[in-house]
Design a protein around this ligand. Structure first.
Ligand SMILES: Cc1ncc(COP(=O)(O)O)c(C=O)c1O
Length: 375
């Protein structure tokens, strides 16, 4: 099975264009534009000497640190080589037969379900509703299933046993209220299912995290990533909180030493760096607002959706051909994400990471030039 396409192909594109990777501006992967914090850089440099040893097999110091921060037992946590590694084993570990994916969203949920030979059903948000997550529709479906209480749904399909929900969602940037979350969890529980909440971008709106509830809600699994917020996509580290027995099964499916020494050292330092965390959130709140307002004035930009993360979803008017625009910008060393290959997006749409003001201004100019053609 082939990999779904993702953003962030900086090295490959730089190589094909004969330019160094640092001459490519990547708006296609949404990485904290403030880059590596000096504290994290120092921790990585210090950890290099430890590369002559195997990493700690159970990543214990980081696990203890995370348990303390999130006020959950250590045994409820498993750390992986990026949250992508954990996503890939989840359906197999949980024995998932039918996953309901709240879309349009990260395509690795569908891939993990397919690899586990499970069904995948999407319930998509729509542009007309501002891509608000379709919680009512999902709850209705789960409530219907709860009522039938049989092995098969009325349409003869296997009942949904696992819901996948990315929050804030990528690529739409949308979040739901606490009341909506309660309703969703309630319906999941009534239907005898479980829910996996992917919080890869939650650090930009941390108060909305549901991670601490894994202690009390039996069917809740929460994924977190160090990649985006701490700007370490190249190190690969993420974690999952969930019920102890399921966490043990997940751990048993991972290869030994999947988390390397530099990644765990970087993660430990990152969690302590409160100054960087505050600065990142403050910066993003300001620059996302400015960037969004500028984008809204570009001809052929039909709508820029609100966002609680470090990217913006931009819908273009119908005549625009996104693939041509992506190509044209790529030739200028500017990478943007064509959203065409997200299941559930069928209008011309791009996703743009919010970067530093000067970089965003450069993209704004290039976008203006590129989109003028369609007038
Ligand atoms: C929503 C979402 N979840 C998870 C991941 C995987 O992140 P990582 O494996 O780097 O932790 C990504 C990466 O793009 C993502 O967009």
């Amino acid at each position: 099975m082939s990999l779904p396409s993702h953003g962030g192909n900086v090295h490959k594109i730089a190589r094909s264009q004969g330019r160094p990777s640092n001459r490519v501006l990547d708006f296609s992967a949404s990485i904290n534009p403030l880059g590596l914090s000096p504290t994290v850089r120092r921790a990585i440099q210090q950890a290099i000497a430890l590369a002559v040893h195997y990493p700690e097999i159970d990543v214990l110091p980081l696990q203890q640190q995370l348990a303390k921060i999130h006020k959950i037992p250590e045994a409820c946590l498993v750390i992986g080589n990026g949250s992508a590694e954990l996503i890939s084993v989840l359906p197999r570990a949980l024995g998932t037969r039918h996953g309901l994916v709240i879309g349009p969203t990260f395509m690795e949920f569908e891939r993990a379900l397919t690899l586990a030979e499970a069904h995948c059903t999407y319930v998509h948000a729509t542009p007309n509703a501002g891509y608000a997550p379709p919680i009512d529709a999902v709850c209705m479906m789960l409530n219907r299933q709860a009522k039938t209480k049989r092995n098969k749904n009325s349409d003869n399909t296997v009942p949904v046993d696992t819901v996948f929900f990315c929050h804030p969602n990528s690529p739409t940037g949308q979040v739901i209220s606490r009341a909506e979350f309660r309703r969703l969890l309630n319906s999941v529980q009534k239907a005898g299912a479980r829910i996996i909440v992917d919080e890869a971008f939650i650090d930009y709106c941390a108060s909305r995290s549901v991670l601490k509830h894994v202690r009390t809600f039996k069917g809740l699994f929460v994924l977190r990533s160090f990649t985006k917020f701490f700007a370490i996509p190249g190190l690969r580290i993420g974690y999952l909180g969930g019920p102890v027995s399921a966490v043990n099964t997940i751990r048993s499916l991972l290869p030994p030493w999947s988390v390397n020494t530099l990644a765990s050292a970087a993660a430990e330092a990152a969690l302590k760096d409160k100054g960087y965390q505050r600065q990142s959130v403050t910066f993003m709140n300001l620059e996302r607002k400015r960037f969004r307002a500028c984008l809204q004035h570009i001809p052929h930009v039909q709508r820029v959706y609100s966002s609680s993360a470090n990217f913006l979803l931009v819908q273009l008017t119908a005549p625009c051909q996104v693939s041509l625009l992506v190509q044209e910008l790529c030739e200028q060393g500017l990478l943007i994400r064509d959203c065409e290959n997200f299941a559930g997006i069928d209008v011309p749409t791009i996703r743009l990471a919010v970067r530093r003001p000067q970089e965003n201004d450069r993209l704004l100019k290039a976008l203006k030039r590129g989109l003028l053609k369609w007038s």
